[in-house]
Write a protein that binds this ligand. Structure first.
Ligand code: NGF
Length: 289
């Protein structure tokens, strides 16, 4: 389960319906061009928290059907609706997903006992493995080292997707949990996270920039830090441009430049303007041609 995973984008049509043909094209692009080791399906990048249960299931189905067993698949099933999370966990497990992941429950201020109950309820309902999805800047949930240790006592909880800039905590986790999988979640900090010993990375920008992501990861693992840093610099120029223009709209527009029907974002996310699309075209020409 180690390596580079794209946090999969989902194509929507103008009315906000899933565009299955476009979704399949994005999957293929990740396998054939970005050459990723796996896909993280149903995450933030998949606009998952704006979708119905049936839509989430359909995306899991279409992706599995397109991928077959070519690369690894992680299904993000987390939801503040625990019953939905369990239903999705069973569904993705039956489809053959290699692992599950669940965002820490958000919006309400759940205490740690409630968070632990949430993870154990999901993972104990299926014969599968769980990767905690920790993204404090969006969820407001900050778990400490001892709390991660308590969750990791369950052998089915095999790792964490660490989307945070707290590299002190990351280093402490690496030392204390050498047998658990840690995935870097911020693409712009991948080099530093790799130096600290992460096992892989899961990112939105890998949908277009997967080759550079792998180069950074592998060069850093080989100790070639200066070379890795050069590629991180280019990558971060790209990420800065993407973030200034609108994250998911821009990644989709860059894919469109490559002939992929990446479509629209789901409302309330805004539609890209002609100016945003022109900026994305310029990014494509600058970074990918
Ligand atoms: O999109 C976000 C939200 N974070 C992603 C990634 O951590 C999310 C990250 O790649 C993800 O994996 C998921 O879909 O659940 C950033 O987009 C990237 O580093 C640019 O900041 O922050």
């Amino acid at each position: 389960m180690k390596g580079i995973y794209s946090a999969l984008l989902v194509s929507f049509d103008k009315e906000g319906n899933i565009n299955e043909k476009g979704l399949r094209q994005i999957v293929r692009h990740n396998i054939d061009v970005n050459k990723v080791d796996g896909l993280y399906v149903g995450g933030s990048t998949g606009e998952n928290f704006m979708l119905s249960t049936d839509e989430k299931k359909r995306i899991f189905e279409v992706v599995k059907d397109e991928v077959k067993d070519q690369i690894k698949l992680i299904a993000q099933v987390g939801s503040v609706n625990l019953k939905e999370a369990v239903e999705l966990a069973k569904f993705a497990t039956d489809l053959g997903y290699d692992a599950l992941s669940a965002v820490t429950p958000f919006y309400y201020k759940f205490d740690f006992k409630e968070i632990k109950h949430y993870y154990e309820t999901i993972i104990n309902s299926v014969d599968n493995k769980m990767i905690i999805y920790s993204i404090p800047f969006l969820t407001g949930v900050n778990m400490n080292l001892d709390q991660f240790a308590e969750l990791f006592e369950n052998d089915k909880i095999i790792g964490v997707k660490f989307t945070a800039a707290d590299f002190y905590l990351l280093e402490r986790m690496r030392k204390r949990f050498p047998e658990k999988l840690i995935y870097a979640g911020f693409d712009e900090m991948m080099l530093s996270a790799t130096v600290l010993g992460v096992d892989g990375a899961i990112g939105s920008t890998f949908n277009v920039n997967g080759i550079r992501a792998r180069q950074i990861f592998e060069l850093a693992q080989e100790g070639k830090i200066a070379e890795a840093l050069e590629i991180q610099h280019v990558t971060n120029d790209l990420i800065t441009d993407i973030l200034e223009n609108g994250l998911y709209q821009t990644i989709k527009a860059i894919l469109e430049e490559q002939g992929i029907d990446a479509g629209f974002c789901r409302q309330p996310m805004k539609e890209s303007t002609p100016e945003m699309r022109a900026n994305a075209k310029a990014m494509y020409e600058k970074y990918f041609q």
